[in-house]
Design a binder for this molecule. Structure first.
Ligand code: PLP
Length: 346
């Protein structure tokens, strides 16, 4: 059997490319907390201009980017409207309340989209008995519904409503590059649908560490302060930022291939008994399958696939997640399809 597993657990398992390692070795660095790391500055400037924002801030992680954004947008006690299935609400350790002191208001979404009626009703009137609505969050692509693309005209409409009420919008764009690879919409246009947006460098873009938060100058200054007291100021961070600069040229253009491999894997699984697609469409690089097999649950399928050299992630009893990325080749997709067929036919 092939020794190296095909690792579909997450796009966070991606390793830096040879060009990234070279860029790290030759990066010009300084002390970023003192503000003089030229490579960090270069990446921040490039990203801010890509999204048409005034400023950007290099972050150790996406979680810190989301949490710094919330803390920079609101004051404690204000209400943050979030999708009940969003990463910022579900998977960040309750940071919104712990770090920002937010009063969190969850709403259901369909494929990452709030209903306009519900969203509009959730925005608080000015009333001393109620918390003030301080922030609305959106996620592009939407992880939990299977990497679904939230359409740009929907994002524009949400932003229009938020602006009408004077409420900022933060976009978790951890995988926005995967979405953009499909939509072809200018990054600047995405930037025009929110006050702040972060993108992850350490997922499909294949950098070892890092995320970038973009917004206007005063917002980024507040986020920089939060990053500092959270302990996220890094010194010679230019070694990491150098990978981000390479990613924009080298790995960003490959994301559409990751998305199409995911669709191919999803297509293959349609013909299998014992699993079914647990999402409406396969827009980007994430695939959720529901294990419907009468004798197997998701952790059992996960374990049996691992024995075949295919790593997926069981989430709960029935859900199994596959994520495609730079290390997942056509051969890996064939291998996963064959392994699933074998495991499910037992
Ligand atoms: C949609 C989304 N947002 C935010 C994050 C947080 O990123 P990090 O793992 O770098 O903290 C993730 C991580 O998987 C994510 O999927």
């Amino acid at each position: 059997m092939e020794r190296t597993p095909s690792d579909f657990r997450s796009d966070t398992v991606t390793k830096p490319t040879a060009k990234m390692l070279e860029a790290m070795a030759s990066a010009r660095v300084g002390d970023d907390v003192l503000g003089d790391d030229p490579t960090v500055r270069k990446l921040e400037t490039r990203m801010a201009s890509l999204f048409g924002k005034q400023a950007a801030l290099f972050m150790p992680s996406g979680t810190m980017a989301n949490q710094c954004a919330a803390a920079a947008h609101i004051v404690p006690g204000e209400e943050v409207i979030v999708d009940e299935d969003s990463h910022i609400f579900q998977f960040e350790g309750g940071g919104l309340s712990r770090i920002s002191g937010a009063h969190v208001r969850t709403l259901p979404t369909e494929n990452g989209q709030y209903s306009f009626g519900q969203l509009s009703r959730a925005i608080r009137p000015v009333n001393e008995h109620m918390p003030r609505t301080g922030l609305i969050c959106v996620e592009e692509s939407h992880l939990f519904s299977g990497g679904t693309i939230v359409p740009i005209d929907y994002l524009e409409e949400v932003y229009g409503m938020a602006q009408h009420h004077g409420i900022p919008v933060h976009m978790d764009g951890a995988r926005l590059f995967n979405a953009q690879a499909e939509t072809g919409v200018d990054f600047e246009k995405y930037g025009q649908t929110c006050d702040s947006v972060f993108i992850a460098l350490s997922k499909g873009l294949s950098c070892p560490v890092g995320s970038i938060l973009m917004g206007d100058g005063s917002f980024i200054e507040r986020a920089r302060h939060v990053r500092k007291w959270m302990g996220g100021g890094m010194r010679q961070a230019g070694y990491l930022a150098a990978c981000g600069l390479v990613a924009l040229e080298e790995t960003a253009p490959l994301l559409s291939e990751d998305n199409s491999r995911c669709r191919r894997l999803g297509g293959v699984t349609l013909a299998l008994d014992g699993v079914r697609l647990a999402q409406a469409t396969i827009d980007t690089n994430i695939l959720f399958l529901e294990v419907t097999h009468s004798g197997l649950d998701a952790p059992m399928v996960e374990a049996a696939l691992a024995d075949e050299g295919v790593l997926a992630l069981a989430l709960g009893d029935r859900l199994l997640r596959f994520v495609t990325h730079r290390h997942i080749t056509d051969h890996c997709v064939d291998r996963a399809a064959a392994a699933l067929q074998k495991v499910l036919s037992n």
